[in-house]
Design a protein around this ligand. Structure first.
Ligand code: ZN
Length: 316
């Protein structure tokens, strides 16, 4: 049994959180100068732990155990969303580092070593799973060419990365399995009074854009029976989704799926004028065909009752 050093683990987590600290959290968006600084810090820690650190062409950081031919690959990600949490991703990486370090300190030779990984852009700033897909050799050049965040192209920020000559890749002969510890980003463990759980599924997001078309009129003088209020129709739909969605599907589907309404935009934007059209993105997760059919049904019920007809379309 490997005994980890709790104080050293916490100290590393706090030091890493100091790179890009933002209020009580951190901001290390993928491939930003702070993200790369954190990754170089991690490489130094890996070196001190007796691992061989490598940065690949997307700035995945891989710490290779030089004393083992077969390993457990353990890790997570050190990039964050803007104003992210200090434990998201970082915890899994520092756990891996500490396990590898403690295993080396124990000294006894083991036929199985520990390789440590911090994947790049697991938050999908430029391209979802950029790092893990690169490591698994299943990302194509056209996908990298097309990826961007706002107006910034992924290719342009990758120019700041200084990769090793021969980046390591997933090797089924070496990597026996991949393990990742991650902080729960919901309330279930706390509500159940549990300290740890096993992941049964991960988030998959589908976004839809819903348009509601009405008629722009004077907000004060148009009598209520003559109004075609795009905003009101859309809000009725959002309220109905919030009310009905939690009741749909099996108990298992209910516990693993949720829907949100966000990014509401009205045109024209004026307090004196009724919106001619409104759009809203609904974000239900994760997909389940039965729940999806029911979700559409909610939409059609509401649309029939609405003054205007909202349209669903897949968000690109
Ligand atoms: Zn994460």
């Amino acid at each position: 049994m490997i005994k980890v050093n709790r104080d050293r683990l916490l100290s590393d987590l706090r030091e890493l959180a100091g790179i890009g600290r933002f209020k009580t959290g951190v901001e290390r968006v993928a491939l930003s100068p702070l993200d790369l600084e954190a990754r170089r810090w991690l490489m130094r820690r890996m070196q001190e732990a007796g691992l061989e650190p490598h940065m690949d062409e997307v700035a995945n950081i891989y710490g290779r155990d030089p004393d083992a031919a077969r390993t457990l690959l353990i890790g997570s990600h050190t990039d964050t969303v803007p104003q992210g949490g200090w434990l998201d991703g970082a915890m899994g990486v520092i756990y891996a580092l500490e396990i590898a370090r403690a295993a080396k300190e124990r000294g006894a030779s083991s036929p199985i070593g520990i390789d440590v990984m911090s994947f790049q852009d697991e938050e999908g700033t430029y391209l979802a799973f950029l790092g893990s897909r690169t490591f698994c050799n299943n990302l194509t050049d056209p996908e990298i060419d097309a990826a961007k965040s706002g107006d910034v192209r992924l290719r342009s920020v990758l120019a700041n990365v200084e990769p090793a000559a021969n980046p390591h890749r997933l090797d089924p002969a070496r990597h026996l399995c991949y393990l990742e510890a991650h902080i729960e980003q919901g309330p279930r463990l706390e509500q159940a009074g549990r300290r740890i759980g096993v992941v049964t599924g991960i988030v998959g997001i589908r976004r839809f854009r819903i348009h509601s078309r009405g008629q722009a009129d004077h907000a004060g003088t148009t009598p209520m029976p003559h109004r075609k209020d795009a905003g009101a129709a859309l809000m009725r739909l959002a309220a109905q989704v919030a009310q009905e969605f939690p009741r749909l599907g099996s108990a298992e589907e209910r516990s693993g799926t949720s829907a949100a309404s966000s990014c509401v935009r009205a045109r024209p934007t004026s307090c004196r004028t009724r919106a001619r059209w409104c759009s809203n993105s609904a974000i239900p997760i994760p997909p389940s065909s039965m729940r999806w059919k029911a979700m559409y049904a909610i939409g059609s019920i509401n649309w029939a009752a609405a003054l205007t007809v909202p349209r669903w379309s897949r968000w690109p």
